[in-house]
Write a protein that binds this ligand. Structure first.
Ligand code: XMP
Length: 493
């Protein structure tokens, strides 16, 4: 009646999530009682087992702040100058749970036409008008669609149409205080201002509605000082030591040594250096896919392992370099060793639905890291664009020529070579709305998966001797997906 995992994974095949299916278990608890709290590293706990990948089309300040706010964590990419990355860390850490991470501001001399571009690109059309068009400068007014809907001359200046009769709250207001004020005001936006009238933050009615309609939102991930938990990626070169110093000064809580093949003398030396220089800082090492690789990095002091090679949606590593492993097998085998030594595994890449997350966590992972799943959200860097009637955002591999041209080539060891060999591609992904909606919704689906399996927590999943699985044939995989329907309408925006 199905196979236990140790039997299935000993057959010499490399399986990925879709190859496998789990047998249901016995249900004797409610979905809401499923506990998805977990360990990101040996010392860091999260309430949501989901992480955003350090990619330049996925995690900058806004994503990192949003992921920490919903109980996960984001790792800020390092395809930038060290000073820029440190600034992104600082910016994310300065965000407060529930408040808008990066409110859009304009100058009074900007034109209504600029607002017209905002809606399709950013998904909203409200802006704050400040003296010099940025946060930290004197707040003059607010423009929402109600102010500009019927303005026929789109070359009108915002200063002429903005609402100046504002209800604001002091910059130091708590989330509860600000929420009460916003609800009472019946306005759509509540700007926070300093004693001098400078814009310091923003609370939006839509975000408040999202949060109150999502009671399953995990508690935010906070550091010892109550600030949002933020991660960042670095490489293993000497210059990365200087980068790390800036990140630590900016308040980073955990770093990832970012490499497609992490079992190297470079990671070993970097781990030793970090443990000496910053004994309090947790370090994620990887990527690895075998027990032997995992053993090397655990022995070198890794606080968590990042697992996956060539399983990402934009990866071509397996085709270009002939190395890697099916992601389900990689997660199972590395977790078997790592969990027995108390080192959490991050299943990185290949997640495209909640079922993949259920599988990764039940095969031994403590968290999942994703790029494509989050790249289409409002919080991912970059603007939306339309193509063939679809609303899209750009998403690219960090080993793609495009990303390497911007500097990410050290991850793929191509930095010294005059020939650049791409190990990834560029593309686009569909609009997914906000992280504040997507993650709670996805986690609810994950809880349902755990309930169907009769497993009430990630902790229980890792010791579950009752798990039975089977390999799906090609036809069974087709049967398990949507099939036999005639598509009569394509969703258009
Ligand atoms: P998903 O499937 O979530 O995968 O889009 C994200 C993960 O893919 C890895 N990554 C790459 N792998 N070439 C690769 O072989 C690339 O250009 C590339 N860029 C990212 C990375 O581990 C990420 O978290």
């Amino acid at each position: 009646d199905g196979l236990p995992a140790e039997k299935l994974f000993s057959k010499g095949y490399s399986y990925t999530y879709d190859d496998l299916i789990f047998h249901p278990g016995y249900i004797d608890f409610a979905t809401d009682s499923v506990d998805l709290s977990t360990n990101l590293t040996k010392h860091i706990r999260l309430t949501t087992p989901c992480i955003s990948s350090p990619m330049d089309t996925v995690t900058e300040a806004q994503m990192a702040a949003a992921m920490a706010s919903v109980g996960g964590v984001g790792f800020i990419h390092y395809n930038n100058l060290a000073t820029e990355q440190a600034e992104l860390v600082r910016k994310a850490k300065n965000q407060r749970v529930g408040f808008v991470a990066d409110p859009v501001c304009m100058k009074p001399s900007d034109l209504v036409a600029k607002i017209d571009i905002l809606k399709p690109n950013r998904g909203f059309s409200s802006v704050l008008v400040t003296e010099d068009g940025g946060v930290g400068s004197k707040l003059l007014g607010v423009v929402t669609s109600r102010d500009v809907d019927f303005v026929t001359n789109r070359l009108t200046e915002l200063g002429e149409v903005m609402t100046t009769d504002l209800i604001t709250a002091p910059a130091i207001s708590s989330f509860e205080e600000a929420s009460k004020r916003l609800i009472k005001s019946k306005k759509s936006l509540l700007p926070l201002v300093t004693n001098n009238g400078e814009l310091a933050g923003l609370l939006c009615r839509t975000d408040l509605k999202r949060m109150s309609s999502n009671p399953s939102l995990g508690a935010p991930s906070l550091d010892h000082n109550g600030r949002l938990l933020v991660g960042a990626a670095i490489g293993t070169r000497d210059t990365d030591k200087e980068r790390l110093e800036l990140l630590v000064k900016a308040g980073v809580n955990v770093v990832i040594l970012d490499s497609s093949q992490g079992d190297s003398i470079y990671q070993k030396e970097m781990l030793a250096y970090i443990k000496r220089a910053y004994p309090e800082l947790d370090v994620v090492a990887g990527n690895v896919v075998t027990m032997r690789q995992a053993r090397h990095l655990i022995d070198a002091g890794a606080d968590a392992l990042r697992v996956g090679m060539g399983s990402g949606s934009i990866c071509t590593t397996q085709e270009v370099c002939a190395v890697g492993r099916g992601q389900a097998t990689a997660v199972y085998q590395t977790s078997l060793l790592a969990n027995s030594l108390g080192v959490p595994v991050i299943a990185d890449g290949g997640i495209s639905n909640s079922g993949h997350i259920v599988k990764a966590l039940n095969l031994g992972a403590s968290t999942v890291m994703t790029g494509s799943f989050l790249a289409g959200t409002e919080e991912a860097p970059g603007d939306y664009f339309y193509q063939d009637g679809l609303h899209l955002k750009k998403y690219r591999g960090m080993g793609s020529l495009e990303a390497m041209a911007k500097g990410s080539d050290s991850r793929y060891l191509g930095d010294k070579s005059r020939l650049k060999i791409a190990q990834g591609v560029s593309g686009a992904v569909a609009d997914k709305g906000s992280v504040f909606k997507l993650i709670p919704y996805t986690m609810h689906a994950v809880r349902q998966g755990f309930q169907d399996l009769g497993v009430h927590s990630i902790y229980a999943a890792h010791g579950n001797r009752a798990l039975r699985l089977e390999v799906r044939t090609g036809a069974a995989q087709v049967e398990g997906g949507i099939h036999g329907l005639v598509s009569y309408e394509k969703k258009r925006f």
